[in-house]
Design a protein around this ligand. Structure first.
Ligand code: SAM
Length: 284
C-alpha cells in the first residue's frame, strides 16, 4: 500500500483527502489527483490537485497551504512584522518550506538578507515544482536557503536579526520544539536590540491552549506582545492566530501600504489586532 492511501479515501468513485485534525474532527477535501508524493526523513510530503482549492501541500496528512488561500497566511505572517519594523535588513524565516513567506519578504527593497531555515529540503523541492502559485519563481539572490533545524540555527546567533518569522507546521513531529519556551528565548537573543518576531500560534477556536501558552512565553520575554488574526479557509475553524513579540516597535510605520498584495491592505494592518471579546478575555 502506498503511504498516501492512509490519507485518502474513495467514496462513490470520488477521491477525498481526509485530514484527521483531532480525535473528534475530520475535514474532507475532494481531490482530482495526487500530483507528487514522497517520504522525506522528516515527514510524508504530498501535493494534490483539488477542484476547490487548486494545488494543496499536505505534510503527514495535514494541509499546509493551497493555491486558493495560501497568500492570506503568507502575507499576514510577513507584512505585519515588516510594516512595524522601520528598517528591516536581516530577516530569518524558520520553516516556510512552501516559499510563500520568503516570496513576500522579497517585496521589501531595504531587506538585504533573507535566511530561510527549513528542516526538510523535499518540501521546498515539491513546492517549487508543483505549487508555483504559492512559491512563485523564488530566484531572488537575497534568499539564502539553509536546510537545517530551526532550533539549532537560532542558537548560533546573538544580536543578529531584525525580524524573525516562525512559519512552522503544527506542533507535531519536527515542529514540536518550535512551540517551546526555550526556542523563544533563543529567538529573543538572536534578535537585535530593536528586533521583533512573529509566529503562527494556531487556531483560537480549536487550539486555545497553544495560543495561550505561546502568548504567555512571548509576553514574558518581550516588552511588547500582541496577537492578531486572519481568516484562512483551509485551517480548521477558519480563524487563525499570529503572535508578535517586539523589543521596541509596536505601530505600523507608514500610513501608506504600497506592496503588491491580495489580502493585506493598510486597513488590515491596523484592524488585524482588533480581537473578539472571547480572545481578549482568554489572553488577559
Ligand atoms: N503555513 C503553514 C501552516 O501553518 O500550516 C506552514 C508552512 S510551512 C510548510 C511549515 C514548514 O515548517 C514545513 O515545511 C516543515 O518542514 C517546517 N519545519 C517543521 N519543523 C521545523 C524545524 N524544527 N526547523 C525548520 N523547519 C521546520
Amino acid at each position: 500500500m502506498t503511504e498516501n492511501l492512509k490519507y485518502l479515501q474513495t467514496v462513490d468513485g470520488n477521491t477525498w483527502l481526509v485530514e484527521d485534525e483531532a480525535e473528534n474532527l475530520k475535514i474532507n477535501y475532494r481531490i482530482n489527483e495526487v500530483v507528487y508524493q514522497e517520504r522525506s526523513p522528516f515527514q510524508h510530503v504530498m501535493v494534490v490537485d483539488s477542484p476547490v482549492f487548486g494545488r494543496m501541500l499536505v505534510l503527514d496528512g495535514i494541509v499546509q497551504t493551497t493555491s486558493l488561500d495560501g497568500h492570506i497566511y503568507n502575507e499576514m505572517i510577513t507584512h505585519v512584522p515588516l510594516s512595524i519594523h522601520p528598517n528591516p535588513k536581516r530577516v530569518l524565516i524558520i520553516g516556510g518550506g512552501d516559499c510563500g513567506a520568503a516570496r513576500e519578504v522579497t517585496k521589501y527593497e531595504q531587506v538585504e538578507e533573507i535566511d530561510m531555515v527549513e528542516i526538510d529540503e523535499l518540501v521546498v523541492k515539491a513546492c517549487k515544482e508543483h505549487l508555483t502559485e504559492v512559491s512563485g519563481n523564488l530566484s531572488d539572490p537575497r534568499v539564502n536557503f539553509i536546510f537545517d533545524d530551526g532550533i539549532k540555527h537560532v542558537k548560533k546567533y546573538k544580536d543578529h536579526y531584525d525580524v524573525v518569522i516562525v512559519d512552522s507546521s503544527d506542533p507535531i513531529g519536527p515542529a514540536t520544539q518550535l512551540f517551546e519556551r526555550s526556542f523563544y528565548v533563543d529567538i529573543h537573543a538572536a534578535l537585535k536590540e530593536d528586533g521583533l518576531m512573529v509566529c503562527q500560534s494556531q487556531s483560537p477556536i480549536f487550539h486555545m491552549h497553544i495560543l495561550k501558552q505561546t502568548y504567555g512565553y512571548i509576553q514574558e520575554l518581550f516588552p511588547i506582545s500582541k496577537v492578531y488574526t486572519a481568516v484562512v479557509p483551509t485551517y480548521p475553524g477558519g480563524m487563525w492566530s499570529f503572535t508578535l513579540g517586539s523589543k521596541k516597535y509596536e505601530q505600523v510605520m507608514s500610513d501608506q501600504f504600497d506592496k503588491d498584495t491580495k489580502y493585506v491592505s493598510q486597513d488590515i494592518l491596523k484592524q488585524c489586532f482588533a480581537l473578539p471579546a472571547f480572545l481578549q478575555a482568554a489572553l488577559k
